[in-house]
Design a protein around this ligand. Sequence first.
Ligand SMILES: Cc1ncc(COP(=O)(O)O)c(C=O)c1O
Length: 476
Amino acid sequence: MEYLYDKLIKYREEDVYPMHMPGHKRNLDLMDMVNPYAIDITEIDGFDNLHDAEDILLANMKEAAGIYHADHTHYLINGSTSGILVSIAACTKKGDTVLVARNCHKAVYHAIFLNELVPIYLYPEVDEEYGIHKEITPNQVKKELERNPEIKMVLITSPTYEGIVSDIREIAKVVHSYNIPLVVDEAHGAHLGFSKDFPENSVTCGADLVIHSVHKTLPAFTQTALLHSNGSLVDYDKVKMYLQIYQTSSPSYVLMTGISNCLRMVKEQGVRLFDEYHKNLVEFYEACNKLRNLEVYQPLKLKEDNLPFAFDPSKILIFTHHSSINGNELYDTLLKCYKIQCEMVSKNYVLAMTSIADTKEGFKRLIEALFDIDNRIARQKQQQLNSLFYVTNLRLVLTPYEAYNRKKEGLMLDASMGKIAGEYVYLYPPGIPLVVPGEEITIEVINKIKEYKQAGLHIKGMIDHSSETILVVGEE
Ligand SMILES: Cc1ncc(COP(=O)(O)O)c(C=O)c1O
């Protein structure tokens, strides 16, 4: 029997560099704290209560609101997932229609399911050159709102997992002209807005509710997140009520102090830390210009091009589609030969996540590894760009709630074409469903599942772990 703690300690000694979340990067020179057991308490006298904060926790959350320029900010210790569930529930009544980007995290679909909502999806365009989702445009949002006046709330994900930031300022104007709220899942953008070198954050761009995973892109413990609220379109009392429902009644003081310490660091040392971080990123991106076979997406150049969207340079995307290797091979080589663990891999790229806690040595290790690999591989005619994470326009036949609660049957993949999906199918990360219960299964869906299997990827959501069969909605 191997105990988890022993395994974690052994892993720590292996000196694998984390190009993934959490954003503290296990950087013990930066993250100073006593043994967590020494400060792990419950709501004892003098330490306030997260669910009815009026003292130390309220003061700390007010400080957070000030840092992000929000009217109210709430600590979340159940991740952005809880913030998403709370936000959607607070903005809707059972059965309402909502407009959401189809490339959302599964938490959004879970909220739709729980509140029996009717989703209308916004499909982001695909960047044909790199095979990643582009931004959601204000025009797309406007068109759907014009067409569907029953929509009660709009939710989009920005930045995307790959760092694409939508024009929230303009989208907020469009959404507000319909007198409904805009929720932004900014789980990947807790670090935005602290330096002119990074895009603005959605709180200052006019979104009504914004969710940040502090743990993803800032130095804080896993599970820690924030929910910001602004303006009067959302009933804040409803937000507070749902926070009680979707969060544990025993919030960890270790996690909460992790959020507080993180924001204190940003406040007291942020200017220096973001400055050093940006310099490291600039050096990294400049060096990568000289790669001959691998290609690193160049967000800093995009910034000069004045595009209608922004790119968060903290996400490093290393493309393999002009080379003789694929994303998986690059990901495995980085791990096995250079001890660099990246966040995510797709067919044609590897995603490395960075933060202010990354060291100069960490960036150096990645650059040296990339050049070493680049020298060993060849350039090749562009491989077919077919991202694993694309979502295609599927017909919504039933709402997720209706589909989930109907009688279901398992069918062989090939026999499922034209049937209504009875379960989710997704890869994690990024947790964006290929198919959602209630959508019609197309040949593209079937082929993509086969492609996942062939690539040896672990598909989530399907009851049949071998992914031979898929649950579909049966005849009533
Ligand atoms: C876009 C997006 N939103 C929300 C979440 C959920 O965040 P958390 O893990 O903090 O609950 C994730 C997790 O990866 C995500 O990628």
